[in-house]
Design a protein around this ligand. Structure first.
Ligand code: SF4
Ligand code: SF4
Length: 467
């Protein structure tokens, strides 16, 4: 967040905005005022076209909230133009936003492959919608996956390739990760194509040695690991099929990794899936993590409400508005503890998810290709065969269109509330799959914007102004 330069006294030096300029529809102003530097009254402005939050003099904030630019100081107006809080769009702003998203999703220069190297997971979480089975993947499946990724690396238009290892639990397929990564990194190096990799894992099979190998040989530099509470809560919420516990082991390995010089550029996102069973223990979890030493600028905390993967989670799901309020409390606590998190998006959404861009393909360990990351290993979706077999789809063509590649047209046509939503540029509509299954996937910040204004103000040293 930045403070805009003008103050109320500068409002005496007025110029009118150009006639066609107006306040963007994608601007919100805080209801409350705050004190900047102990005395200057400001309001917060959030411009979702660019994901920018700024503090402006209170009177200017009032004018913006009323939708008028008259009387706003010229240098402040310049700053507001830059963050697209003030716009000149002749046509609807939604078209501009959608055009940007369409351009990003249509580009095939940055390719991403989400690869499942196994069908099995050593955990049995109640909220998971996948079905896991033991068994080795065939050599022909592995070769088919390799062919497609290598073809992508070899395409003239490719600038970067990202490989995301996904599961089931991907570390069960560790030998396949090593084998495929060796082929991918060599090809990317030969072609001068950027190559980055990450992994979504339950963390139980990681060791310091494996993290080092994954970094050095497989270029894995980002991990998404789920911890659902303090030790006893996590161990109950995410039970290992063996009956063993995992919290202490996962956190010990992560702390070792944070101390290891060879892993200095590796980042960790610690996700917590929150439902009725663990919501009351989130505060204790955050305190525990801070005490253990996770207030580190390479560790990001991502709290998320449990939602349906097509399975019935209605008994354990929290009401979104209630969840949103609790999340702000937890974020305030994280701020106090020095833990890192994102209170509000700071950039517009470009490529919402795998399902809306042919630059992303998902290779299930079943042999089927998907576009949505919540389809692999979900029995009903696997039975339908996805977008086709990885072994037989033409290797030099992008993946076939999936069920959600029409998302931008659907938003333009008003299929969901997103077309009229102030959050659309930063949210992108959250999840096409959920909308089409009849759920409303709005993120928690939609229901708690004022509370987040207060939080961001506090995080930036602003104090509540007296009424
Ligand atoms: S998902 Fe909800 S918050 Fe996001 S753009 Fe659509 S209506 Fe808005
Ligand atoms: S449609 Fe929803 S579940 Fe599927 S990839 Fe996109 S965000 Fe994920």
């Amino acid at each position: 967040m930045s403070a805009m330069p003008a103050n109320d006294t500068e409002l005496t030096d007025l110029v009118s905005p150009t006639p066609q300029e107006r306040v963007s529809d994608y601007v919100r102003v805080s209801d409350r005022a705050y004190l900047h530097a102990g005395h200057q009254r400001v309001r917060m402005v959030y411009a979702t076209r660019t994901g920018s939050m700024v503090a402006v003099p209170e009177e200017a904030g009032r004018r913006l909230a009323r939708g008028t630019l008259e009387g706003i100081a010229p240098e402040l107006l310049d700053g507001l133009r830059e963050i697209e809080a003030v716009v000149t769009d002749g046509r609807g702003e939604l078209d501009t936003v959608l055009d940007r998203q369409r351009a990003a999703t249509a580009s095939l220069s940055d390719l991403r492959y989400v690869l499942l190297p196994t069908t099995y997971c050593n955990m049995g979480c109640s909220y998971c919608g996948q079905q896991h089975t033991r068994g080795r993947l065939s050599g022909s499946h592995r070769d088919a996956v390799a062919r497609r990724v290598l073809a992508g690396i070899g395409r003239k238009t490719t600038r970067t390739v990202t490989v995301s290892w996904f599961g089931a639990e991907p570390m069960i397929g560790y030998p396949m990760i090593l084998d495929l990564s060796a082929r991918f990194t060599a090809a990317a190096h030969d072609r001068g194509v950027g190559y980055v990799s990450g992994m979504v894992t339950n963390g139980t099979l990681l060791t310091l040695d494996k993290l080092r190998v994954l970094r050095q040989e497989c270029h894995v530099a980002k991990y998404d690991i789920t911890l659902d509470g303090p030790a006893r809560i996590h161990d109950a919420h995410r039970p290992l099929r063996s009956g063993r516990k995992s919290f202490d082991r996962i956190t010990r390995v992560l702390l070792e990794a944070l101390q290891d010089d060879t892993l200095a550029d590796v980042t960790f996102v610690l996700r917590s899936n929150i439902d009725v069973a663990n919501a009351d223990w989130v505060a204790e979890y955050l305190d525990t993590m801070a005490t253990l030493g996770f207030a580190d600028n390479r560790v990001f905390f991502n709290l998320a409400p449990v939602y349906s993967w097509g399975n019935d989670v209605s008994r354990i799901e929290l009401d979104r508005r209630y969840y949103g309020q609790r999340e702000v409390e937890w974020m305030r606590r994280m701020h106090g503890l020095g833990l890192h998190f994102v209170a509000l998006p700071t950039e517009p959404e470009r490529v919402l998810c795998a399902a809306v861009s042919q630059s992303v393909e998902i290779h299930s360990s079943s042999g089927a290709m998907f576009s949505c990351s919540e389809y692999p290993l979900v029995p009903q979706q696997e039975a339908a065969g996805g977008l086709g077999s990885i072994e037989t789809l033409p290797v030099h063509a992008p993946r076939p269109l999936g069920p959600f590649d029409d998302w931008h047209d659907a938003v333009a046509a008003g299929e969901t509330a997103c077309h009229a939503c102030y959050f659309f540029p930063i949210c992108g509509g959250a999840c096409p799959k959920q909308w089409r299954e009849g759920n409303t996937p709005c993120p928690p910040y939609k229901f708690t914007l004022q509370e987040r204004f207060d939080l961001v103000a506090e995080m930036n040293g602003l104090t509540p102004a007296p009424c």
